[in-house]
Design a protein around this ligand. Structure first.
Ligand SMILES: NC(=O)C1=CN([C@@H]2O[C@H](COP(=O)(O)OP(=O)(O)OC[C@H]3O[C@@H](n4cnc5c(N)ncnc54)[C@H](OP(=O)(O)O)[C@@H]3O)[C@@H](O)[C@H]2O)[C@@H](O)CC1
Ligand SMILES: Nc1ncnc2c1ncn2[C@@H]1O[C@H](COP(=O)(O)OP(=O)(O)O)[C@@H](O)[C@H]1O
Ligand SMILES: [Mg+2]
Length: 278
């Protein structure tokens, strides 16, 4: 299996053109968070902002608002408890929509996800993570024809694909992914694998310092920002996956656990370093 290296990151990242504005670097909408899991939406949005997305909005439960703005004033906010017709235009305006981090699996979340899946257009990138994956599996929801990225951990993939964790091999994963013909699958685990049709690439970096709640929410935000800036391509997604673990490994030289917030803070520095070394 091909290994993802930092040469992928160097090939994908680009210095920003002088003549540019925030609209050139991706409009990202993160739909997630709840009273129980507000931090997931905050981490995902923070990762998107710190990885360079030009405009980041969060659609979440109102209970998330004050914490979000205290941590991340750069983000805009939509209360997703208000009628969907009042904010569906925000879904349509986004280049990249993330749905699921911290969404929960309540009946409200199920109905919200149904509406999002009906609203999204084929030109948009849709990243499905966390609770949204579990809801789709449980409710057997149909995923529309979009530029689709699935980011399950192994149990979420087991729920979605029906392939038990111990049965998850390259062959069984590829067969199961055929149900989503244009999707890219980021199968998160120790040495994460990234699948798209017949392509498979694997991380050989990252480690147990990352085994803390919010690591995956953070990765989702990085993928969103990279797609918003560099286009939704297989190599862009691999570059985001590598960046997440490379930063954690660097921090792990001196830290027992690498907190998602610290990985997020390091993103602008790592990205500048990669561009200047190209
Ligand atoms: N601060 C916040 O707001 C946070 C909010 N979060 C949000 O919470 C929501 C629920 O997400 P979730 O991942 O916590 O729960 P769920 O989908 O039930 O999966 C856990 C089950 O799967 C199993 N398992 C097996 N293999 C695994 C693997 N490789 N990696 C991980 N798990 C693996 C695992 O096995 P066990 O631990 O029991 O051995 C357990 O039985 C989601 O929306 C997420 O975004 C979190 O991000 C945390 C921080
Ligand atoms: N032991 C480990 N080795 C390498 N990477 C790990 C390890 N444990 C967790 N990770 C990484 O951390 C992230 C965890 O994602 P996820 O389970 O979705 O977290 P959360 O939902 O809490 O944000 C993934 O990117 C995964 O690859
Ligand atoms: Mg997760």
């Amino acid at each position: 299996m091909q290994v993802i290296t930092n040469s992928t990151v160097r090939a994908v990242l680009q210095a920003r053109p002088a003549i540019s504005h925030k609209g050139d670097f991706g409009r990202v909408l993160i739909i997630g968070g709840s009273q129980q899991y507000g931090g997931a939406a905050i981490m995902s949005a923070s990762a998107a902002v710190y990885a360079g997305a030009g405009l980041v909005s969060v659609a979440s439960d109102l209970s998330v608002l004050s914490g979000l703005h205290a941590r991340l004033p750069e983000a805009m906010f939509i209360d997703y408890q208000q009628p969907f017709v009042q904010w569906s235009s925000a879904v349509q305006a986004a280049d990249v929509v993330v749905v699921g981090p911290g969404l929960g699996i309540t009946s409200f979340a199920v109905e919200l996800l149904r509406k999002i899946l009906q609203t999204i257009q084929p030109t948009q990138t849709l990243i499905i993570d966390g609770s949204a994956l579990s809801i789709i599996a449980h409710e057997k929801l149909t995923i529309p024809n979009t530029q689709l990225i699935l980011t399950p951990h192994q149990m979420e993939w087991a729920r979605l694909s029906g392939v038990a964790i111990e049965q998850q091999t390259v062959a069984t994963n590829q067969t199961a992914l055929a149900a989503y013909p244009n999707a890219t699958l980021v199968l998160k685990k120790h040495y994460t694998e990234v699948y798209h049709q017949q392509q498979v690439q694997q991380l050989t970096i990252g480690g147990p310092s990352m085994a803390t709640g919010g690591s995956g929410d953070t990765l989702t935000g990085i993928i969103a920002a990279f797609c918003g800036q560099f286009g939704t391509h297989y190599q862009t997604i691999c570059a985001a996956v590598y960046t997440h673990s490379a930063i954690a490994d660097e921090l792990a030289k001196t830290q027992y656990v690498t907190l998602p917030s610290q990985v997020i803070q390091t993103l602008p520095h790592y990205m500048a370093k990669m561009i200047h070394q190209s």
